[in-house]
Write a protein that binds this ligand. Sequence first.
Ligand SMILES: *[C@@H]1O[C@H](CO)[C@@H](O)[C@H](O)[C@H]1NC(C)=O
Ligand SMILES: *[C@@H]1O[C@H](CO)[C@@H](O)[C@H](O)[C@H]1NC(C)=O
Ligand SMILES: *[C@@H]1O[C@H](CO)[C@@H](O)[C@H](O)[C@H]1NC(C)=O
Ligand SMILES: *[C@@H]1O[C@H](CO)[C@@H](O)[C@H](O)[C@H]1NC(C)=O
Length: 481
Amino acid sequence: MEWTKSRYLWFTRINLSFGACVVLFLVPITSTVLGHPPIKPSPDPGPAWNLGGILGQGYDIDVEIGTPPQKFKVLVDTGSSNLAIAAAAHDYIESFFIVDNSTTFVNRKKKVKVIYAQGQWSGYLGQDIVSFPTIKGTKPILTDLSLITESENFYINNSHWQGILGLSYAALAQPHGKVVPWFDRLTKERGINNSLTLQLCGTEAQSSNLNHTGSLFVGEFAGDCNLDPKFTSPIHHAWFYEVLIVKMFVGQNQVEIPCNEFNTKKTILDSGTSDLRLPEKVLGAVLDLMRSQTQDLDLPQTPQSWIGGDIICWYKDSEAWHVFPNITLHFAHNNSTGFSITLTPHSYLRPVMKANPSNDSFECWQMGLDKSEEETVLGAVVLEGLCVQLDRKRGLVGFSPSTCGPTVDIQGLFNVSDIKKCAYVPSSVNPLMLTAYIMASISLVLLLPIMFVVVRRMWETFLKPRVQPETPFISLDENNT
Ligand SMILES: *[C@@H]1O[C@H](CO)[C@@H](O)[C@H](O)[C@H]1NC(C)=O
Ligand SMILES: *[C@@H]1O[C@H](CO)[C@@H](O)[C@H](O)[C@H]1NC(C)=O
Ligand SMILES: *[C@@H]1O[C@H](CO)[C@@H](O)[C@H](O)[C@H]1NC(C)=O
Ligand SMILES: *[C@@H]1O[C@H](CO)[C@@H](O)[C@H](O)[C@H]1NC(C)=O
C-alpha cells in the first residue's frame, strides 16, 4: 500500500505534558482499516510471568534479602554483574534495605562503585541471604551484595524497583575480583545448569496499558522457550554477552558499511537498555535508508530528527505500519555461516503514553533506535519477541521464537564470507602500548651512555691493543673524550 501526500489532512507539532517532546501528527484523510499489525495474541491463559515493569523503565523481578526477608524489586540487567540494593533513602524509591534489621547481614567493609552507560551509584559491599522466589529452581543463597548509599541518574521515579540484578560474567563485577555474582554462586553451589533464558514480551498489543511482562529462567527451566535453539551465536568474549553482527539490512537494502563498524568496539545483549543503540556511523546509514524508504509518507520530519525523544502519532489501524521498513540483523553462527533476526516496526517503534488517554483514535510512538558511544547495544527493542538463551556453559547465545511479544522472524543458516573481518580489533597503538613504547625508548636513551662507557672500557681493556690505531672506533673515542 502506497502512501501519497494527498492522504494527509494535516500535521502539526505540539507539546505534550510529558517533558518537552515534539509530536508529529500524521493524519490520513481516509483511515483505511488494514487488519491488525503483526502482533501475536497473548497466550491463554497467561503464563506466570516473573518479570514486570513499565515500558522504558526496564524489566524488574521480585527479590527477598536478609533474615527476616525484606522484599524489593530489582532491574534485570544482562549488561552488568553486580547485585545491588538501595540501602539509603532516595526521592525516587519507596523503600530500601535496612541492614540492621537483618540478622544474617555481613558488612564486607569495602567500597564499591558502578558506572553504567547512563547513571551510576556507589556504596559498600556486604553479604546476605538472597532469594528470587519467582525464579523456578532457585533457592535462597548467601551471596555478595552491593549496598547503594549514593547514586546519580540511577533510580527512575515511579519505576518501583530499588536495585539491580547484574546477570553478566564475573569479569564485569565491581570491585574487580572481589565479588562473586549471584548467578555464578548459584551454579557453583547449587549445581544449577550454567544457562539463563530471557523471554521479554513488551507491552500488550493494542492496549493503552504500558506495563510490560516477561520471564527469566535458569538452568534446565525455560517455560515454553526452546532449550536447544538452532540459531546460536558464539559469545565472542565472556565479559558482557558479546556477539558479532555480520550484516544489516533496512527493508531490502543492505547497510553498506564494513561489518567491523557494527561491532566497534563491541556488540552486547543488554536487557537493562530499552533501545537498539548503534554507533553514530551505523545509525546514520540505517536512518538514511529508512528515510529513503519512507519518502512516500512525506514525513514532516526525517527519521533522523526523531532520535532523542520526538514522537510520531497516527490513526489507529493506519497503513504506516506497512510503510516503515523491517530492520534485519545478521549474526555470526560460526566461522562461515550466520542467521538473521528481522524486526518489524512494532519492535523498533515504541508506544508512548498519551497526554490525553481519552482520545482513542490515534496512537503515538517513539523511535527505539538511538546513538551510542562506540558500541552496539541490543536492548529490549531487539530482545522482545524472542527467547534468548544465555548458554554460558557452551559459550553461546541462542535465539528462538517466543509465544509473546512482537513478531520477530529468525532465518538461517546463510553462508557468510569473511566473518572474522567483522570482529573489532583494537588499534595496535592504543594509549597503553604507546606509553610502553615511550618508556622503552626513554630507558634505551638513558642506557646508551652507560653502554657506551662499558663498550669503551671493554675496548680499551681487551681490544684496543690488538687492532690498528686507525680504526674508526678510535676517532669515535676521541670525539667523546
Ligand atoms: C526494622 O527494625 C526496627 C526495630 O526493630 C523496626 O521498628 C522496624 O519496623 C524494622 N523495619 C523493617 C522495614 O523491617
Ligand atoms: C515522583 O513521582 C511522584 C508521583 O508521580 C511525584 O508526585 C513526585 O513529585 C515525583 N518526584 C520527583 C522528585 O520528581
Ligand atoms: C574456524 O575455521 C577454521 C578453519 O577454517 C577452523 O580451524 C576453526 O576451528 C574454526 N573455528 C570455529 C570456532 O568454528
Ligand atoms: C517484515 O517482516 C515481517 C515479519 O517477518 C514480514 O511478515 C513482512 O512481510 C516484512 N515486511 C516487508 C516489507 O518485507
